[in-house]
Design a protein around this ligand. Structure first.
Ligand SMILES: [Zn+2]
Length: 293
C-alpha cells in the first residue's frame, strides 16, 4: 500500500507537469462502483455523473499531500482528492499511449495527456469537493513537517496504552505511515512493536521521532518502495524495497546483529522486528509477551 514516501513521490512528479493545465474529459469505468465517493459517505445517489460534469474545465493550481491523500487544488475553489489505498496508481500518460492494466478512470487534460487511475483491487477512491475536511477527517500531524517535534510525539504516545505499532498505523495519531515504514521506524529506534505506547520513556520517544524522519527521508530519496503494486506516475517502481532492514525479512538475519528477523501480529497486521535489537522491555503486558513467544 502506498504510504507517505510513495504518495509524496507522485506529488513531486506531477506538480511541475500538471500545474496550470485543465481537465477536459472524464471517463469512469462502469464497473468501478466505489471509485468516485460522495461526501458524506453513504449518500444514496452515486456522484459519478456530478464528477464527470464538474471536473472538465477545472484548472490544476496546486497539488498537495496530507497523510496518504493526494489533493489537487482546482480553479473555482474545488479539490480533487485521491486515495490510492491498496493497489491504486495514478499514471500520467500521453493520450494514445499503450493501454495500462486495471484502468478504472481516465481524466483527460488540455495538453493531450491524461491521468489514468489504475487499481487492481478497486479500493482506491476519488472525491471532488469544495472543502477537503470531511474527506481527510481528523488526521494527525505530518511526520516530516517542522512542527513535528519530539514533544508533540510524546503527547501522542503518552495518552495511549495501545502497542506503539498500532499507534504508528493510526492516521489520527500520525499521518502517512503504513506497515512498511512503521516497522522500519521501530527497528531504527530499537523499539519492540508491542511496547505499549505510553510506556516509552522520553529518550525512547526522541529516538523514535528521529527514526521516523530518517526512514521516511531515505524512502523518499529512493522514490518509495515497490513490494507489490506501487509504481510512480510514470509507471516506474521505487527502490526502497532493496534497502529495508526488517519489513518482509522474516527468517533472514538482522543486518545489525545476525539474529533472525521475527514476525508477530499487532492489530491484525504483520509486524517484522529483530528480537535482539528490539527487546520487549518491562512495561509490556503479559498478553504481549505471550503473543511474542
Ligand atoms: Zn538485530
Amino acid at each position: 500500500m502506498p504510504e507517505l514516501p510513495e504518495v509524496e513521490t507522485i506529488r513531486r512528479d506531477l506538480l511541475p507537469v500538471l500545474r496550470g493545465h485543465a481537465f477536459t474529459r472524464v471517463w469512469v469505468s462502469p464497473d468501478a462502483l466505489r471509485l468516485v465517493q460522495a461526501v458524506p459517505a453513504g449518500r444514496q445517489a452515486p456522484p459519478v455523473a456530478d464528477f464527470a460534469r464538474l471536473l472538465p474545465g477545472k484548472r490544476i493550481e496546486d497539488i498537495s499531500r496530507r497523510g496518504k491523500f493526494l489533493v489537487f487544488h482546482l480553479s473555482d475553489g474545488l479539490y480533487l482528492v485521491v486515495h490510492l489505498r491498496m493497489t491504486g496508481a495514478l499514471l500520467h500518460r500521453l493520450a494514445g499511449a499503450p493501454p495500462d492494466r486495471y484502468v478504472r478512470a481516465v481524466l483527460s487534460l488540455d495538453d493531450d495527456s491524461e491521468l489514468r487511475f489504475s487499481d487492481l483491487r478497486k479500493f482506491g477512491a476519488l472525491w471532488l469537493v469544495p472543502d477537503t475536511s470531511p474527506v481527510l477527517g481528523r488526521l494527525g500531524p505530518e511526520p516530516l513537517e517542522s512542527g513535528m517535534t519530539p514533544s508533540l510525539l510524546r503527547e501522542v504516545t503518552a495518552r495511549r496504552r495501545a502497542p506503539i505499532k498500532s499507534l504508528l498505523l493510526d492516521q489520527r495519531a500520525l499521518a502517512g505511515l503504513g506497515n512498511i515504514y512503521a516497522d522500519e521506524a521501530l527497528f531504527a529506534a530499537g523499539l519492540h512493536p508491542q511496547r505499549p505506547a505510553s510506556s516509552l520513556s522520553d529518550s525512547e520517544v526522541e529516538r523514535l521521532h528521529g527514526a521516523i524522519r530518517r526512514v521516511l527521508t531515505a524512502a523518499l530519496a529512493d522514490r518509495g518502495a515497490s513490494f507489490s503494486d506501487y509504481v510512480d506516475a510514470s509507471g516506474r517502481e521505487g527502490r526502497h524495497q532493496f534497502r529495508v532492514q526488517v519489513f518482509r525479512r522474516t527468517g533472514q538475519p538482522c543486518y545489525v546483529c545476525g539474529r533472525e528477523i521475527a514476525r508477530v501480529k499487532v492489530a491484525g497486521r504483520s509486524s517484522h522486528f529483530c528480537p535482539r535489537c528490539q527487546p520487549l522491555e518491562p512495561g509490556a503486558t503479559r498478553n504481549d509477551k505471550e503473543a511474542a513467544s
